[in-house]
Design a binder for this molecule. Structure first.
Ligand SMILES: Cc1cc2nc3c(=O)[nH]c(=O)nc-3n(C[C@H](O)[C@H](O)[C@H](O)COP(=O)(O)OP(=O)(O)OC[C@H]3O[C@@H](n4cnc5c(N)ncnc54)[C@H](O)[C@@H]3O)c2cc1C
Ligand code: SF4
Length: 332
């Protein structure tokens, strides 16, 4: 591990100044991702800015009457456990609670923060091994996962430069629910839809998101959700107790008079970013829930997939996961 300076800050502006004025400064929140990557020399930092004391850990829930646009604000420093166990989150946004609780271990979730979860890096084994090339770690060096060990890699949103999966569970649920992230930086504040915050790898897999130098994630905002009654997060993995997703599906339906009037399907474990299956969502609109319809949605959700030799099984697994998650969302 390279030596680095370590300091705490209690002031958001100071954190932004410190981060923006030094090319090798890095924020540390729960440290559950960053410390591993520092130890492996995958990430090097000259200065770690500990943001744990910034006042951005609140979880606020709003009534539609007093706040028609925003249903919840979750501070970037809210711990994953606090979000998952928050009574109003469980009531209004059960998908988020289920997704968080399906990830990592209780100890990790107690430390991990919402901002850190959004910013977590891929688990591609080549990315985490500095003895081998990797376009994401060293642009232009190559991608050994293409044609190599790629069982856990992406089949959607890939490029000829990178096929790494985005690893988060929580962000799949957030994307399904149209979450936005509030960013604060040297030029002020801006809001971005979480689904657009992430970039596809294209020719530049090293650039993973829209964050500009000095910008910090301050909070995640959610609109009011009509999906609490009919939603389900289903994660399929090698080891039920503690593992990243092979495939996951965050499914949410609004049903009125027996017909689906709004639908959300987001996929994890199969794409280079948390993935909205928009065509599959459209297919459900105006229809009555049924096993046959949900099977079709599963098939459509994976159209355009480009599997590799060892991850082709994810195509069928995704179809089945989406179908099962939709059935669970309607209580079957
Ligand atoms: C063994 C293990 C198993 C895991 N299993 C799962 C799983 O099954 N599902 C899953 O979803 N996740 C899993 N994770 C990942 C875990 O969810 C993340 O490590 C955690 O959410 C990161 O949060 P943190 O606060 O610890 O981030 P940190 O490690 O502190 O930071 C991570 C990155 O985010 C940046 N950052 C932190 N906060 C901000 C902010 N506010 N603004 C801008 N940048 C910021 C940091 O600079 C750093 O680059 C696992 C992790 C481990 C170690
Ligand atoms: S898939 Fe992406 S992260 Fe993995 S080796 Fe290839 S370039 Fe690196």
């Amino acid at each position: 591990m390279h030596p680095f300076k370590y300091g705490k800050t209690v002031d958001l502006k100071e954190a932004i100044n410190q981060l923006g004025s030094q090319p090798k400064a890095n924020l540390i929140a729960g440290g559950t991702t960053l410390v591993d990557l520092l130890r492996l020399n995958v990430v090097t930092a000259n200065h770690l800015i500990d943001i744990n004391q910034l006042p951005i850990a609140n979880i606020e829930i709003f009534e539609a009457k007093s706040s028609p646009e925003i249903g919840a604000r979750i501070g970037a420093l809210a711990r994953n456990t606090d979000v998952a166990m928050h009574k109003q989150i469980i009531k209004n946004y059960p998908l988020i609670s289920q997704a968080i609780l399906s990830g990592a271990s209780p100890q990790l979730r107690n430390m991990a923060t919402v901002g850190g979860n959004v910013m977590q890096r891929t688990r591609c084994a080549y990315f985490r091994d500095t003895a081998v090339p990797c376009n994401k770690r060293e642009p232009g060096s190559g991608c050994p996962a293409i044609g190599g060990l790629n069982r856990s890699h992406a089949i959607l949103g890939t490029s000829e430069s990178c096929i790494a999966v985005h690893a988060s569970d929580m962000c799949v649920a957030l994307v399904a629910l149209d979450a936005q992230v509030l960013l604060s930086g040297p030029q002020g504040e801006r809001k971005v839809a979480l689904v657009d915050f992430y970039l596809l790898p294209g020719n530049h897999p090293e650039k993973e998101n829209l964050l500009k130098p000095g910008e910090i994630i301050v909070q995640v905002e959610l609109p009011h959700s009509p999906f609490a009654k009919h939603s389900h997060y289903l994660k399929v993995r090698d080891r039920e107790s503690f593992s990243f997703a092979l495939v996951s599906a965050a499914c949410a339906l609004e049903i009125k008079n027996g017909k689906i009037v709004d639908a959300r399907i987001a996929l994890g474990g199969v794409a280079t970013k948390p993935w909205r299956a928009l065509d599959a969502e459209k297919l459900l609109l105006g229809q009555s829930p049924s096993e046959g319809l949900f099977a079709k949605a599963g098939e459509v959700s994976i159209l355009g997939a480009k599997p590799q030799k060892s991850n082709a099984f994810k195509v069928e697994l995704t179809k089945r996961t989406v179908k099962r998650a939709l059935l669970a969302a309607v209580g079957e």
